[in-house]
Design a protein around this ligand. Sequence first.
Ligand code: KIV
Length: 265
Amino acid sequence: MKKITTSSLLAKKQAGEKITALTAYDASFAKLFDSKGVDIILIGDSLGMVLKGEPDTLAVTVEEIAYHTRAVASGVTSTFVIADMPFMSYGTEVDAMHNAARLMAAGASMVKVEGGEWLCSTIQKLTERGVPVCAHLGLTPQSVHVFGGFKVQGRQQAQADKLCTDAQRLEAAGAQLLVLECIPQALAKRVSELLSIPVIGIGAGPDTDGQILVMHDMLGVSANYMPKFSKNYLAQTGDLHTAVETYIEEVKQGVFPGPEHSFVQ
Ligand code: KIV
């Protein structure tokens, strides 16, 4: 299998082929997902919740993400690896450069940051220095306390318009991928059509260029609870290999996410 790159991900968007993504945190699952043809593995700061059993992602450290990135990177040959930058690890541009360098050295091919327009200058500098960036808008979990809980974002018109402007500015600053989390499906469709870069959704309906799920959610083993937008593929299929294959197939065919996993408004 050929190595997935930012160019091949872009080509998929341009060809209208759906991109498949999952989180993973260790070499064994990374190897399995890679062998099944998952396009992207994200070492998400969701590890704070699904591995450590914490109530949110805020206590995750750069060391932890680097440790799990090394493990994942050692398990893949083809899949594109993205490392999440934890809470406050990119609060200043100096921190962002330093911490992104650590995650790239650990084996990531891209880093992910949460937030809107305020990140444009950071994204531009990271990209200029050789670090590809995935932006993340909508329900950005590192801001859970600002939002007053894990709530769907972009339901009001002004919020939706701001999200579209942010997305365009992040792309103009150099972001090469965008994750949209927990927003109404019509808004996700609008953003995906506005942008040239691939848009990956989670709880954002079926019209984004690809889908991502937290692996513990799609296997039904999350320590906390199962979000509405996720689907337990292990329960549906009865074995791990078929669960991953079915997830990939359903994303590619546009079967997942269905209306029951999406937010209409
Ligand atoms: O941390 C994570 O796993 C994420 C995904 C939910 C996109 O950011």
